[in-house]
Design a binder for this molecule. Sequence first.
Ligand code: IFM
Length: 486
Amino acid sequence: MSSVPDRFPPGFLWGAATSAYQIEGAVAEGGRTPSIWDTFCRTPGKVSGGDSGDVAVDHYHRWRDDVRLMADLGLGAYRFSVSWPRVQPTGRGPAVQRGLDFYRALVDGLLEQGIQPSLTLYHWDLPQELEAAGGWPERETAYRFADYARIVADALGDRVDMWTTLNEPWCSAFLGYGSGVHAPGRTDPVAALRAAHHLNLGHGLAAQVLRSTLPGAKVAISLNPSAIRARSQSPADLDARRRIDALANRVFTGPMFRGAYDADLLRDTAQLTDWSFVRDRDLSVIKHPLDLLGINYYTPSVVSAPTDNAPETGPDQRGSRLDGHGRSAESPWPGADSVEFHRPPGELTTMGWAIDPTGLYDLLMRYTREAPGVPLMITENGAAYDDKPGPDGAVHDPDRIRYLHGHLSAVRRAMRDGADVRGYFLWSLLDNFEWAYGYSKRFGAVYVDYETQARTPKSSARWYAEVARTGALPEPPDLEAGENAT
Ligand code: IFM
């Protein structure tokens, strides 16, 4: 059955996203030194298959081909991150020009093709030396981040208008220092809370630097807010939702939008810390006006108070206590570690994440209310599937098309209901290194043969190119009718 295509407004930005450690490789070239992810990958048992970003998809050497690929797909924008240890190896002191030259050339290549660069300063690759000095739990790291922001702004500010300070600080703080399933792999609940605050502070300081150095730039942060559902409307389950909301969402949006950590968050964590690491002026620095709020969304969470039965979790419910091998890990929820996570209804992607576009709709409407006047951008959305080339060499991924169709429809619905959404970045342009899962999960619209590094656009890439070209949402293929998207 066909219906009238749903159209996005002209000027809506269509892009794809990646991050430095997940695609660049060349970890020891051009003066780059190790980040916490290089170290983590070398720690036995931390990353599935013993994989690492050493080579990744070799984007450092193949970026010209990748830019051509983006141009072929008609993308209007490309979101990438700068590797901090590539441009300021120890996290202190002068910049390495070869590192900056790589990004200058990449950005120039994008601009030549009419693709708007969207630059993220931090997508989890802290220079190892800064972790050795204490990492994000230490205040000093926030100041080092602001210095690094100045280096990148000075080098690329004449070419890049869209700047994001941090990507998903929840993961850096709570998976990096709480559950330990991400680098640097620490399992200290107080360190996780301290890290959350110092990431907030780093964001605020870097936003100030960007604002003063680049008056015309758009300054953003990309959060991965959780769309949290209580398993029932019982007071205990609603309280479980409140607790997780405080730690997943409001620990960032409280200081950013309201200039305060909410009282319930401080109360829930009072046995762990008195939050005396928050200093007088910090909150006004963090409450820096944003030009855009980036939302990364994949799946919702369903929570309850502790039950007698073990929760019915999938291989990995986001935020639960499983690592990249499906083994149990420490809790990433300081002060709320008894909350149980349940498998949400709906089909699962190969991450074990339930597909539910209403979570994206709910988040867009929530931040429309909570951050009035701040335009929204979907800075990540996508799905992992076990994609393989068929006998003809083509890679058909109708499940991903249906996932994208469902989520883009939710974006349109939110826009019709008043959300000011300016664009959408598909995660990810290319199959890549999926952190603790190594190369076992493929999120790309473009298939990468990891032996040869050959790139093959999947059928979802062609479908998405058509969406970007027309601004309309064609119906996804009907699997039951045996239709294949091409
Ligand atoms: O691959 C990651 C990305 O680095 C951050 N957001 C979620 C993606 C999928 O897990």
